[in-house]
Design a protein around this ligand. Sequence first.
Ligand code: 5AD
Ligand code: SF4
Length: 466
Amino acid sequence: MEENEFVEKVKEKIMGQNLTYQIMTFGCQLNENDSEKIAGMLEMVGYTKASEEQIPDILVFNTCCVRENAEERLFGKIGEVKKWKQEKNVVIAIGGCMMQEPQMVDKIKKSYPYVDIIFGTHTTQNLPENIYKTILKNEKVRDILDIDGEIYEDLPIKRKSDAVANVTIMYGCNNFCTYCIVPYVRGRERSRKPEKILEEITDLANKGYKEVTLLGQNVNSYMRTERENGLTTSAIDSFAKLLYEICKIQGIERVKFISPHPKDFTDDVIQAIADLEKVSSMIHLPLQSGNSKVLKEMNRKYTKEQYLALVDKMVQKIPNLSLSTDIIVGFPGETEEEFEDTLDVVRKVNFEQIFMFIYSPREGTVAAKREDQIPETIKHQRFDQLKKLYESKVEANNEKYIGTIHTLFIEGKSKNDDAMFTSRTDTNKVVVFEPKEGFQIGDMVEVEIRENHKWYFKGEIKNKGE
Ligand code: 5AD
Ligand code: SF4
Protein backbone atom coordinates (compact mmCIF):
# COMPACT_ATOMS: atom_id res chain seq x y z
CA MET A 1 0.00 0.00 0.00
CA GLU A 2 1.10 3.59 -0.62
CA GLU A 3 1.54 5.93 2.35
CA ASN A 4 -1.60 7.90 1.44
CA GLU A 5 -3.65 4.70 1.39
CA PHE A 6 -2.61 4.15 5.01
CA VAL A 7 -3.70 7.70 5.72
CA GLU A 8 -7.13 7.01 4.20
CA LYS A 9 -7.57 3.72 6.08
CA VAL A 10 -6.69 5.28 9.44
CA LYS A 11 -8.92 8.27 8.70
CA GLU A 12 -11.84 5.96 7.92
CA LYS A 13 -11.24 3.93 11.07
CA ILE A 14 -11.15 6.83 13.51
CA MET A 15 -13.66 9.12 11.81
CA GLY A 16 -16.36 10.62 14.00
CA GLN A 17 -14.78 9.44 17.26
CA ASN A 18 -13.12 12.73 18.32
CA LEU A 19 -9.83 11.01 19.03
CA THR A 20 -7.01 13.10 20.43
CA TYR A 21 -3.21 13.11 20.47
CA GLN A 22 -0.42 14.29 22.72
CA ILE A 23 3.27 14.60 21.87
CA MET A 24 6.00 14.78 24.50
CA THR A 25 9.21 16.19 23.07
CA PHE A 26 12.65 15.86 24.62
CA GLY A 27 15.83 17.54 23.45
CA CYS A 28 16.73 20.15 20.90
CA GLN A 29 14.86 22.41 18.49
CA LEU A 30 15.38 19.88 15.69
CA ASN A 31 13.29 17.48 17.72
CA GLU A 32 10.72 20.24 18.30
CA ASN A 33 10.54 20.68 14.55
CA ASP A 34 10.17 16.92 14.00
CA SER A 35 7.36 16.94 16.56
CA GLU A 36 5.58 19.62 14.56
CA LYS A 37 5.71 17.22 11.60
CA ILE A 38 4.46 14.37 13.81
CA ALA A 39 1.57 16.65 14.84
CA GLY A 40 0.94 17.42 11.17
CA MET A 41 0.69 13.70 10.35
CA LEU A 42 -1.56 12.98 13.33
CA GLU A 43 -3.92 15.78 12.33
CA MET A 44 -3.85 14.58 8.73
CA VAL A 45 -5.20 11.18 9.78
CA GLY A 46 -7.90 12.78 11.93
CA TYR A 47 -6.61 13.17 15.50
CA THR A 48 -6.97 16.53 17.25
CA LYS A 49 -4.69 17.91 19.97
CA ALA A 50 -5.68 16.76 23.45
CA SER A 51 -6.24 19.43 26.09
CA GLU A 52 -3.89 19.56 29.10
CA GLU A 53 -6.28 17.60 31.37
CA GLN A 54 -7.34 15.05 28.78
CA ILE A 55 -5.91 11.53 28.47
CA PRO A 56 -5.14 11.31 24.73
CA ASP A 57 -5.97 8.38 22.46
CA ILE A 58 -2.46 8.35 21.05
CA LEU A 59 0.67 9.48 22.84
CA VAL A 60 3.94 10.01 20.97
CA PHE A 61 7.27 10.43 22.73
CA ASN A 62 9.94 12.13 20.64
CA THR A 63 13.16 11.22 22.41
CA CYS A 64 16.67 12.59 22.86
CA CYS A 65 19.84 10.73 23.80
CA VAL A 66 22.44 13.50 23.86
CA ARG A 67 22.83 13.20 27.64
CA GLU A 68 21.80 10.59 30.16
CA ASN A 69 19.29 12.79 32.02
CA ALA A 70 17.04 13.11 28.94
CA GLU A 71 16.91 9.31 28.85
CA GLU A 72 16.07 9.02 32.52
CA ARG A 73 13.25 11.53 32.20
CA LEU A 74 11.81 9.52 29.33
CA PHE A 75 11.79 6.26 31.30
CA GLY A 76 10.05 8.04 34.18
CA LYS A 77 7.33 9.28 31.83
CA ILE A 78 6.76 5.92 30.10
CA GLY A 79 6.31 4.36 33.52
CA GLU A 80 3.79 7.05 34.47
CA VAL A 81 1.57 6.50 31.45
CA LYS A 82 1.18 2.76 32.01
CA LYS A 83 -2.04 3.58 33.86
CA TRP A 84 -3.36 5.40 30.76
CA LYS A 85 -2.86 2.23 28.81
CA GLN A 86 -4.81 0.27 31.39
CA GLU A 87 -7.60 2.86 31.69
CA LYS A 88 -8.08 3.80 28.07
CA ASN A 89 -5.90 1.59 25.85
CA VAL A 90 -3.97 4.63 24.65
CA VAL A 91 -1.76 3.92 21.63
CA ILE A 92 1.81 4.59 22.81
CA ALA A 93 4.50 5.41 20.27
CA ILE A 94 8.14 6.18 20.95
CA GLY A 95 10.37 7.70 18.30
CA GLY A 96 13.43 9.85 17.78
CA CYS A 97 17.11 9.67 18.58
CA MET A 98 17.04 7.24 21.50
CA MET A 99 15.32 4.62 19.38
CA GLN A 100 18.38 4.51 17.11
CA GLU A 101 20.25 2.91 20.02
CA PRO A 102 19.68 -0.86 20.02
CA GLN A 103 20.23 -1.17 23.80
CA MET A 104 17.45 1.35 24.42
CA VAL A 105 15.02 -0.46 22.13
CA ASP A 106 15.81 -3.69 24.00
CA LYS A 107 15.15 -1.96 27.29
CA ILE A 108 11.78 -0.65 26.11
CA LYS A 109 10.77 -4.08 24.83
CA LYS A 110 11.72 -5.72 28.09
CA SER A 111 10.59 -3.20 30.67
CA TYR A 112 7.70 -1.46 28.91
CA PRO A 113 6.01 -4.16 26.80
CA TYR A 114 2.84 -2.03 26.54
CA VAL A 115 4.54 0.33 24.06
CA ASP A 116 2.87 -0.17 20.65
CA ILE A 117 5.09 1.63 18.16
CA ILE A 118 8.85 2.18 18.15
CA PHE A 119 10.25 4.27 15.32
CA GLY A 120 13.61 5.88 14.65
CA THR A 121 14.91 9.13 13.18
CA HIS A 122 14.82 7.80 9.61
CA THR A 123 11.26 6.48 9.73
CA THR A 124 9.23 9.32 11.27
CA GLN A 125 7.45 9.82 7.95
CA ASN A 126 5.92 6.30 8.22
CA LEU A 127 3.76 7.23 11.20
CA PRO A 128 0.39 6.86 9.39
CA GLU A 129 1.42 3.36 8.24
CA ASN A 130 2.56 2.45 11.73
CA ILE A 131 -0.70 3.66 13.27
CA TYR A 132 -2.56 1.63 10.65
CA LYS A 133 -0.67 -1.51 11.66
CA THR A 134 -1.41 -0.88 15.32
CA ILE A 135 -5.07 0.05 15.28
CA LEU A 136 -6.28 -1.95 12.30
CA LYS A 137 -3.99 -4.98 12.40
CA ASN A 138 -3.26 -5.10 16.10
CA GLU A 139 0.47 -5.45 15.44
CA LYS A 140 3.40 -4.28 17.54
CA VAL A 141 5.53 -2.05 15.32
CA ARG A 142 9.34 -1.78 15.29
CA ASP A 143 10.24 0.55 12.46
CA ILE A 144 13.92 1.46 12.71
CA LEU A 145 16.52 1.84 9.98
CA ASP A 146 20.26 2.14 10.44
CA ILE A 147 21.10 4.22 7.37
CA ASP A 148 22.91 7.43 6.45
CA GLY A 149 19.54 9.06 5.98
CA GLU A 150 17.40 10.70 3.35
CA ILE A 151 15.35 13.88 3.18
CA TYR A 152 11.57 13.75 3.19
CA GLU A 153 9.96 16.87 1.81
CA ASP A 154 6.37 18.04 1.95
CA LEU A 155 5.32 16.30 5.14
CA PRO A 156 2.32 18.01 6.73
CA ILE A 157 3.24 20.27 9.61
CA LYS A 158 1.32 21.70 12.55
CA ARG A 159 3.41 24.53 13.97
CA LYS A 160 3.38 25.54 17.60
CA SER A 161 3.54 29.26 16.99
CA ASP A 162 1.85 31.55 14.46
CA ALA A 163 4.63 34.12 14.56
CA VAL A 164 7.98 32.33 14.74
CA ALA A 165 8.86 29.18 12.84
CA ASN A 166 11.63 26.63 12.80
CA VAL A 167 12.89 25.54 9.42
CA THR A 168 15.31 22.63 9.21
CA ILE A 169 17.86 23.29 6.47
CA MET A 170 20.08 20.25 6.95
CA TYR A 171 20.02 16.91 8.69
CA GLY A 172 22.69 14.77 10.31
CA CYS A 173 26.28 15.47 11.30
CA ASN A 174 29.68 14.38 9.97
CA ASN A 175 31.84 15.84 12.72
CA PHE A 176 32.02 13.00 15.20
CA CYS A 177 32.99 15.09 18.19
CA THR A 178 34.22 12.31 20.44
CA TYR A 179 31.66 12.90 23.22
CA CYS A 180 28.63 13.14 20.93
CA ILE A 181 26.10 10.49 19.97
CA VAL A 182 24.33 12.63 17.36
CA PRO A 183 26.24 11.46 14.26
CA TYR A 184 25.36 7.86 15.17
CA VAL A 185 21.64 8.45 15.58
CA ARG A 186 20.97 11.19 13.00
CA GLY A 187 23.09 9.91 10.13
CA ARG A 188 25.31 11.81 7.71
CA GLU A 189 25.08 15.47 6.80
CA ARG A 190 22.56 16.17 4.06
CA SER A 191 21.20 19.54 3.03
CA ARG A 192 17.73 20.36 1.82
CA LYS A 193 17.57 21.87 -1.65
CA PRO A 194 17.61 25.69 -1.47
CA GLU A 195 14.44 25.91 -3.59
CA LYS A 196 12.58 23.81 -1.02
CA ILE A 197 13.79 25.94 1.88
CA LEU A 198 12.93 29.19 0.10
CA GLU A 199 9.52 27.82 -0.86
CA GLU A 200 8.80 26.90 2.77
CA ILE A 201 9.90 30.30 4.08
CA THR A 202 7.96 32.19 1.39
CA ASP A 203 4.89 30.21 2.38
CA LEU A 204 5.51 31.07 6.04
CA ALA A 205 5.83 34.76 5.15
CA ASN A 206 2.54 34.58 3.23
CA LYS A 207 0.91 33.12 6.31
CA GLY A 208 2.12 36.05 8.41
CA TYR A 209 5.22 34.54 10.04
CA LYS A 210 7.82 37.20 10.76
CA GLU A 211 10.72 35.22 12.15
CA VAL A 212 12.42 31.99 11.12
CA THR A 213 15.09 29.97 12.86
CA LEU A 214 17.17 27.86 10.51
CA LEU A 215 18.01 24.54 12.08
CA GLY A 216 20.71 21.97 11.60
CA GLN A 217 23.28 20.11 13.63
CA ASN A 218 25.88 22.17 11.85
CA VAL A 219 24.09 24.88 9.85
CA ASN A 220 27.12 26.65 8.47
CA SER A 221 28.30 23.54 6.66
CA TYR A 222 25.08 23.77 4.61
CA MET A 223 25.70 22.13 1.20
CA ARG A 224 29.34 21.41 2.06
CA THR A 225 29.15 17.67 1.45
CA GLU A 226 27.19 18.27 -1.75
CA ARG A 227 29.75 20.88 -2.88
CA GLU A 228 32.66 18.58 -2.16
CA ASN A 229 31.04 15.79 -4.14
CA GLY A 230 29.97 17.97 -7.06
CA LEU A 231 26.31 17.36 -6.28
CA THR A 232 25.00 20.91 -6.03
CA THR A 233 22.31 21.79 -8.54
CA SER A 234 21.83 25.43 -7.61
CA ALA A 235 23.96 28.57 -7.41
CA ILE A 236 22.86 28.79 -3.76
CA ASP A 237 25.47 26.33 -2.58
CA SER A 238 26.64 27.69 0.76
CA PHE A 239 25.18 28.87 4.04
CA ALA A 240 26.14 32.50 3.34
CA LYS A 241 24.39 32.47 -0.04
CA LEU A 242 21.32 30.89 1.52
CA LEU A 243 21.17 33.69 4.10
CA TYR A 244 21.22 36.36 1.37
CA GLU A 245 18.36 34.63 -0.46
CA ILE A 246 16.22 34.13 2.64
CA CYS A 247 16.57 37.80 3.56
CA LYS A 248 15.06 38.77 0.20
CA ILE A 249 11.74 37.20 1.19
CA GLN A 250 9.25 39.94 1.97
CA GLY A 251 7.49 39.69 5.29
CA ILE A 252 10.28 37.83 7.06
CA GLU A 253 11.79 40.35 9.44
CA ARG A 254 14.22 38.26 11.44
CA VAL A 255 16.38 35.26 10.67
CA LYS A 256 18.15 33.22 13.33
CA PHE A 257 20.09 29.97 13.08
CA ILE A 258 21.38 27.18 15.32
CA SER A 259 23.85 25.63 15.64
CA PRO A 260 26.87 26.74 13.70
CA HIS A 261 30.29 25.17 14.25
CA PRO A 262 33.26 27.50 14.84
CA LYS A 263 35.37 25.58 12.30
CA ASP A 264 32.87 26.44 9.53
CA PHE A 265 32.45 30.08 10.49
CA THR A 266 34.08 31.29 7.30
CA ASP A 267 34.50 34.93 6.26
CA ASP A 268 31.58 34.79 3.83
CA VAL A 269 29.24 33.79 6.69
CA ILE A 270 30.54 36.64 8.88
CA GLN A 271 30.16 39.05 5.96
CA ALA A 272 26.59 37.88 5.30
CA ILE A 273 25.61 38.44 8.93
CA ALA A 274 27.23 41.87 8.87
CA ASP A 275 25.50 42.80 5.59
CA LEU A 276 22.04 41.50 6.36
CA GLU A 277 20.04 43.50 8.83
CA LYS A 278 17.39 40.80 9.15
CA VAL A 279 19.89 38.25 10.42
CA SER A 280 19.98 38.34 14.20
CA SER A 281 23.30 39.45 15.60
CA MET A 282 22.88 36.98 18.46
CA ILE A 283 25.09 34.07 17.46
CA HIS A 284 25.42 30.73 19.16
CA LEU A 285 29.05 29.66 18.97
CA PRO A 286 29.59 26.39 20.83
CA LEU A 287 32.93 26.43 22.67
CA GLN A 288 32.70 23.05 24.49
CA SER A 289 36.09 23.55 26.14
CA GLY A 290 38.58 26.41 26.43
CA ASN A 291 41.62 24.16 26.41
CA SER A 292 43.37 23.29 23.16
CA LYS A 293 44.40 19.77 24.24
CA VAL A 294 40.86 18.91 25.37
CA LEU A 295 39.47 20.44 22.16
CA LYS A 296 41.79 18.20 20.16
CA GLU A 297 40.64 15.16 22.09
CA MET A 298 37.06 16.26 21.51
CA ASN A 299 37.84 16.41 17.77
CA ARG A 300 36.55 19.98 17.58
CA LYS A 301 39.17 21.08 15.00
CA TYR A 302 40.01 24.46 16.58
CA THR A 303 42.25 25.64 19.40
CA LYS A 304 41.56 28.07 22.22
CA GLU A 305 43.49 30.73 20.30
CA GLN A 306 41.60 30.11 17.09
CA TYR A 307 38.29 30.37 18.91
CA LEU A 308 39.30 33.65 20.53
CA ALA A 309 40.58 35.00 17.21
CA LEU A 310 37.28 34.09 15.56
CA VAL A 311 35.37 35.90 18.30
CA ASP A 312 37.58 38.96 17.81
CA LYS A 313 36.98 38.96 14.10
CA MET A 314 33.21 38.63 14.60
CA VAL A 315 33.13 41.42 17.17
CA GLN A 316 34.90 43.70 14.72
CA LYS A 317 32.77 42.86 11.71
CA ILE A 318 29.27 42.31 13.12
CA PRO A 319 27.56 45.36 14.62
CA ASN A 320 25.86 44.68 17.99
CA LEU A 321 27.12 41.11 18.06
CA SER A 322 26.19 39.07 21.09
CA LEU A 323 27.27 35.52 21.70
CA SER A 324 25.95 32.45 23.41
CA THR A 325 27.72 29.14 23.81
CA ASP A 326 27.70 25.51 24.95
CA ILE A 327 30.29 24.25 27.41
CA ILE A 328 30.94 20.73 28.64
CA VAL A 329 32.71 20.24 31.97
CA GLY A 330 34.40 17.05 33.04
CA PHE A 331 35.39 15.61 29.67
CA PRO A 332 37.55 12.49 30.26
CA GLY A 333 41.06 13.38 31.36
CA GLU A 334 40.28 17.09 31.88
CA THR A 335 42.68 18.44 34.51
CA GLU A 336 42.12 21.42 36.82
CA GLU A 337 44.49 23.51 34.68
CA GLU A 338 42.65 22.53 31.53
CA PHE A 339 39.34 23.44 33.11
CA GLU A 340 40.90 26.79 34.12
CA ASP A 341 41.30 27.53 30.40
CA THR A 342 37.53 27.17 29.99
CA LEU A 343 36.99 29.68 32.81
CA ASP A 344 39.57 31.91 31.16
CA VAL A 345 37.63 31.99 27.89
CA VAL A 346 34.41 32.73 29.79
CA ARG A 347 36.14 35.65 31.50
CA LYS A 348 37.49 36.95 28.21
CA VAL A 349 34.43 36.56 25.97
CA ASN A 350 31.28 38.40 26.87
CA PHE A 351 28.80 35.52 26.47
CA GLU A 352 25.18 36.61 26.93
CA GLN A 353 24.13 33.05 27.54
CA ILE A 354 25.98 29.86 28.38
CA PHE A 355 24.44 26.42 28.19
CA MET A 356 26.47 24.35 30.61
CA PHE A 357 26.63 20.57 30.54
CA ILE A 358 28.20 17.94 32.70
CA TYR A 359 29.94 15.42 30.47
CA SER A 360 27.75 12.34 30.09
CA PRO A 361 29.37 9.22 28.59
CA ARG A 362 27.39 8.00 25.58
CA GLU A 363 27.74 4.33 24.69
CA GLY A 364 29.46 3.85 21.34
CA THR A 365 31.34 7.16 21.34
CA VAL A 366 35.14 7.41 21.49
CA ALA A 367 35.24 9.42 24.74
CA ALA A 368 32.97 7.00 26.59
CA LYS A 369 35.57 4.23 26.10
CA ARG A 370 38.29 6.19 27.90
CA GLU A 371 39.46 4.95 31.25
CA ASP A 372 40.23 8.38 32.66
CA GLN A 373 36.62 9.39 33.31
CA ILE A 374 36.29 12.27 35.78
CA PRO A 375 34.57 11.42 39.09
CA GLU A 376 31.02 12.79 39.44
CA THR A 377 31.92 14.96 42.44
CA ILE A 378 34.64 16.75 40.52
CA LYS A 379 32.40 17.21 37.49
CA HIS A 380 29.77 18.81 39.73
CA GLN A 381 32.34 21.02 41.44
CA ARG A 382 33.52 22.31 38.08
CA PHE A 383 29.96 22.83 36.95
CA ASP A 384 29.23 24.91 40.07
CA GLN A 385 32.39 26.91 39.61
CA LEU A 386 31.51 27.73 36.02
CA LYS A 387 27.92 28.53 36.99
CA LYS A 388 29.08 30.99 39.63
CA LEU A 389 31.32 32.80 37.19
CA TYR A 390 28.53 32.85 34.60
CA GLU A 391 25.94 34.18 37.05
CA SER A 392 28.19 36.97 38.21
CA LYS A 393 28.69 38.01 34.62
CA VAL A 394 24.95 37.81 33.82
CA GLU A 395 24.02 40.01 36.77
CA ALA A 396 26.52 42.68 35.87
CA ASN A 397 25.59 42.51 32.20
CA ASN A 398 21.81 42.71 32.80
CA GLU A 399 22.05 46.09 34.47
CA LYS A 400 22.90 47.74 31.18
CA TYR A 401 19.48 46.68 29.81
CA ILE A 402 17.41 48.62 32.37
CA GLY A 403 15.70 51.60 30.72
CA THR A 404 16.55 50.49 27.18
CA ILE A 405 13.83 50.13 24.54
CA HIS A 406 13.68 47.07 22.31
CA THR A 407 11.63 46.31 19.23
CA LEU A 408 10.21 42.83 19.76
CA PHE A 409 7.64 40.40 18.37
CA ILE A 410 5.02 39.27 20.82
CA GLU A 411 5.82 35.55 20.69
CA GLY A 412 3.01 34.29 22.89
CA LYS A 413 1.80 34.04 26.44
CA SER A 414 4.33 33.66 29.23
CA LYS A 415 4.90 30.04 30.29
CA ASN A 416 4.65 30.92 33.98
CA ASP A 417 1.86 33.47 33.84
CA ASP A 418 -0.58 33.43 30.98
CA ALA A 419 -1.81 36.91 31.84
CA MET A 420 1.51 38.17 30.51
CA PHE A 421 2.99 38.26 27.03
CA THR A 422 6.48 36.96 26.39
CA SER A 423 9.16 37.81 23.91
CA ARG A 424 12.93 37.80 23.51
CA THR A 425 15.38 40.56 22.82
CA ASP A 426 17.78 40.30 19.92
CA THR A 427 20.19 38.90 22.47
CA ASN A 428 17.76 36.12 23.42
CA LYS A 429 16.84 37.52 26.83
CA VAL A 430 13.29 36.70 27.87
CA VAL A 431 11.10 39.76 28.43
CA VAL A 432 7.60 39.46 29.89
CA PHE A 433 5.14 42.32 29.81
CA GLU A 434 1.46 43.03 30.39
CA PRO A 435 -0.83 42.94 27.38
CA LYS A 436 -2.16 46.27 26.22
CA GLU A 437 -5.25 47.07 24.23
CA GLY A 438 -4.70 46.88 20.48
CA PHE A 439 -1.69 44.54 20.73
CA GLN A 440 -1.76 40.86 19.96
CA ILE A 441 0.51 37.84 19.50
CA GLY A 442 2.59 38.28 16.35
CA ASP A 443 2.67 42.09 16.57
CA MET A 444 5.89 44.07 16.69
CA VAL A 445 6.10 46.32 19.72
CA GLU A 446 8.50 48.63 21.45
CA VAL A 447 9.09 47.48 24.98
CA GLU A 448 11.00 49.28 27.70
CA ILE A 449 12.97 47.01 30.05
CA ARG A 450 12.08 47.85 33.64
CA GLU A 451 13.11 45.07 36.05
CA ASN A 452 16.05 42.67 36.13
CA HIS A 453 15.07 39.19 37.35
CA LYS A 454 18.42 37.60 36.39
CA TRP A 455 16.98 35.01 33.96
CA TYR A 456 14.29 37.31 32.57
CA PHE A 457 13.25 40.95 32.46
CA LYS A 458 9.95 42.62 33.12
CA GLY A 459 9.08 45.31 30.60
CA GLU A 460 6.32 47.63 29.47
CA ILE A 461 4.81 48.14 26.03
CA LYS A 462 5.51 51.63 24.78
CA ASN A 463 4.45 51.76 21.15
CA LYS A 464 3.80 49.72 18.05
CA GLY A 465 7.11 48.59 16.59
CA GLU A 466 8.22 49.17 13.02
N1 5AD B 1 27.75 15.08 27.50
C1 5AD B 1 27.46 16.36 27.83
N2 5AD B 1 27.08 17.29 26.95
C2 5AD B 1 26.97 16.91 25.65
N3 5AD B 1 26.63 17.62 24.56
C3 5AD B 1 26.66 16.78 23.50
N4 5AD B 1 27.04 15.55 23.90
C4 5AD B 1 27.26 15.61 25.23
C5 5AD B 1 27.65 14.68 26.20
N5 5AD B 1 27.95 13.42 25.88
C6 5AD B 1 26.30 19.05 24.57
C7 5AD B 1 27.24 19.85 23.68
C8 5AD B 1 26.36 20.23 22.54
C9 5AD B 1 25.02 20.34 23.19
C10 5AD B 1 23.86 20.27 22.26
O1 5AD B 1 25.01 19.25 24.08
O2 5AD B 1 27.65 20.99 24.40
O3 5AD B 1 26.76 21.44 21.92
FE1 SF4 C 1 27.56 16.46 18.10
FE2 SF4 C 1 29.78 17.76 17.33
FE3 SF4 C 1 27.91 17.04 15.50
FE4 SF4 C 1 27.37 18.99 17.28
S1 SF4 C 1 28.98 19.04 15.68
S2 SF4 C 1 26.01 17.27 16.68
S3 SF4 C 1 28.45 18.29 19.09
S4 SF4 C 1 29.17 15.64 16.72
